[in-house]
Design a protein around this ligand. Structure first.
Ligand code: MD3
Ligand code: FE
Length: 220
């Protein structure tokens, strides 16, 4: 049902801003492989609900792969090379992930995107991600690439102040979004996920967010 709806737009591009694009269905052909790889990653670093510095437990469950992983606790948000739950490095970023992120960035004019962090968010119906900016990364010149899998979400895209007007964009299984340049620091969020079932993921949405968190080439 969702796949059918979405498929009518596969291959097209929507512009959300000067430097922000939705590539409809860009990852559809390899979506099953991506999900099989996420299943392996979560055996090494499981999904968990992190606590915000303000003391709230996030409704999104997350894990990471790559040299750096995004984490949150009472002391703040930051990137770490070690998973605080396992005490081990985050799982290596699969070549397939890296190549997908690179290809998507390249498609809209960001050449040579080499992400060192892939945050993997897991949503179930009712999960939301409140309006925020991504500013924990050192290299704000690099774009961010996001891959949506599973049940649909509505993405909110605002301005540079929390109160600025927002647009709403539905994101479906296989869609890839690239943000950079002028749009990199815009406020954004995910509205509460509606009840839905996806043919392979069931009542879940998985989002891969690729970022360049560090200036330096870290050793693993
Ligand atoms: C827009 N994740 O993890 S896609 C996040 O679908 C996050 O899980 C959402 O926002 C999700 O921080 C939205 C990623 C995204 C990331 C950075 C952005 C969208 C962005 C920076 C500027 C504008
Ligand atoms: Fe974000």
């Amino acid at each position: 049902m969702n796949d059918l709806f979405e498929n009518e737009k596969v291959g097209s591009r929507e512009r959300l801003g000067n430097d922000a694009f939705v590539l409809k269905g860009f990852s559809l052909a390899i979506a099953d492989d991506l999900l099989a790889t996420v299943a392996v990653i979560e055996t090494i670093s499981p999904f968990r609900h992190m606590m915000t510095p303000g003391g709230f437990t996030m409704s999104v469950a997350l894990t990471n792969c790559g040299q750096l992983g995004w984490t949150s606790d009472r002391r703040g948000y930051r990137y770490t090379s070690v998973d605080p739950i396992t005490g081990n490095p985050w799982p290596t970023m699969p070549t397939q992930f890296l190549e997908l992120a690179q290809a998507a960035a390249n498609e809209v004019g960001f050449a040579d995107f080499i992400p060192d962090a892939c945050l993997i968010n897991r949503y179930v119906p009712g999960t939301k991600l409140s309006l925020h900016q991504d500013k924990d990364e050192q290299d704000l010149g690099a774009p961010i690439v996001s891959v949506s899998l599973g049940i649909p979400a509505v993405f909110q895209f605002g301005g540079f102040e929390r109160s600025d007007p927002k647009t709403k964009t539905p994101l479906f299984h296989g869609d890839v979004v690239v943000w950079g340049g002028a749009d990199r620091l815009r406020y954004h969020g995910i509205l509460p996920i509606k009840n839905n079932t996806h043919s392979t993921l069931g009542e879940q949405r998985i989002n891969l967010t690729f970022r360049k968190a560090s200036f330096s080439e870290l050793k693993s």
